[in-house]
Design a protein around this ligand. Structure first.
Ligand SMILES: Cc1cc2nc3c(=O)[nH]c(=O)nc-3n(C[C@H](O)[C@H](O)[C@H](O)COP(=O)(O)OP(=O)(O)OC[C@H]3O[C@@H](n4cnc5c(N)ncnc54)[C@H](O)[C@@H]3O)c2cc1C
Length: 338
């Protein structure tokens, strides 16, 4: 294929900046390249891994002996617009943050709280991204895909994507089958109503904010995030390293009585993983070249880790400390190329 690269370090394609070489890497800038790339992989019996910005993916030292496709499909297209509703399709390589700007700046609510989540639109349904009370599943209409099994392009309706907390068919039952080429969302005129998610509410009160329009909330969310989350361009991390712990309603009273912090998120009772790590005494600590962020203990920063083994050792120490203190086993959020 034209412009295919060989032996590219995965550390250069992912924000945690770990991982050896991928045998082949192809940037995808046009739809027909997707078909061509899967054809090449099939002919050469290569496994395929799809990447956006690599902000939720960790590479292994041994690299990947297959074809990595880096999604750079661009463009927005209005599907329909009425006085109070907009249906719009974004090509999967557009940044999710640009999509939030696109909808919020036109006065539509539904995506403003997802502002400043790193990564592409195509990755958004994969783990059903969300922040500050909004998730992509709340606005998603359909997902455009290339289906490598049926060897054709098609649309999958949002209700068939199995969207749940940080999960979908794309990272579970159908993992590896689809290359997502676009996402279509429906957003409505209107605005979020207070009280907002805890740290956003604190910001709103501190700043005396009274304008809750989508664009104003977008700016507030971006400011809150900039204050505590690492910018992937400057600091190596994959964002939240552990998933929040979901607990059954029957357990909530007992756990709260023990002083454990629990809140409701999208109808689920969750214990924030960052709180557990902090309570285990690890906030700000350096372990094997990985630092537990001193601003948000759910973030693991690669300061000087030399290999995946360093990350694995740090991860195990954190899991052990939390399990010893609370009995919960933390699960990693970022996925791994293998
Ligand atoms: C500082 C920081 C903060 C973050 N904050 C949040 C947050 O608040 N909420 C949240 O939900 N996430 C958060 N994340 C995680 C990350 O932003 C999301 O998972 C995002 O969707 C990843 O986008 P990406 O383009 O980088 O995808 P990648 O990391 O490249 O890929 C992620 C997964 O999606 C798959 N994938 C990507 N593109 C496609 C495609 N076109 N077709 C098929 N599969 C594809 C990959 O194979 C991989 O399994 C954060 C990450 C960082 C570094």
């Amino acid at each position: 294929m034209k412009s295919m690269q060989e032996n590219v370090l995965i550390s250069k394609l992912t924000t945690m900046r770990l991982g050896g070489a991928a045998k082949y890497v192809q940037e995808i800038t046009a739809l027909e390249q997707v078909d061509e790339a899967y054809g090449f992989a099939q002919k050469n019996q290569l496994p395929v891994y799809v990447l956006g910005q690599g902000s939720n993916v960790i590479g292994h030292d041994e690299g990947f002996s297959g074809l990595v496709l880096v999604n750079k499909l661009k463009g927005f297209e209005t599907v329909s617009e009425t006085s109070d509703e907009l249906v719009v399709r974004a090509s999967a390589g557009e940044m999710l943050d640009d999509f939030c700007e696109y909808t919020a700046s036109r006065g539509y609510t539904g995506m403003e709280a997802m502002s400043a989540i790193p990564g592409t639109c195509g990755a958004a349904p994969v783990q059903n991204v969300g922040a500050y009370g909004q998730e992509i599943k709340d606005v998603l209409v359909e997902v455009g895909v290339y289906d490598s099994l049926q060897v054709r392009h098609l649309q999958i309706r949002a209700e068939d994507c199995g969207l749940g907390y940080r999960s979908s068919i794309f990272n579970t039952t159908e993992f590896g089958r689809y290359f997502i080429t676009s996402i279509t969302v429906k957003v409505r005129k209107g605005q979020l109503k207070p009280p907002f998610y805890v740290s956003l509410q604190a910001f709103v009160e501190r700043e005396g904010l009274t304008d809750f329009s989508p664009l104003s909330i977008r700016h507030a969310v971006s400011a809150v995030r900039a204050g505590k989350l690492p910018n992937p361009k400057e600091i190596a991390s994959s964002g939240s390293f552990f998933k929040n712990v979901v607990v059954p309603s029957a357990k909530v009273a007992e756990l709260k009585a023990k002083g454990i912090r629990i809140w409701q998120e999208n109808g689920k009772n969750v214990i924030p993983s960052g709180w557990l790590v902090e309570q285990a005494g690890l906030k700000g600590k350096e372990l094997h070249g990985m630092r537990v962020s001193d601003k948000a203990a759910l973030i693991l920063i690669n300061e000087s880790a030399k290999s995946y083994a360093d990350l694995a050792a740090a991860r195990q120490e954190i899991i052990n400390a939390v399990r010893e203190k609370f009995g919960f086993t933390l699960e990693q959020e970022p996925v791994e190329i293998a």
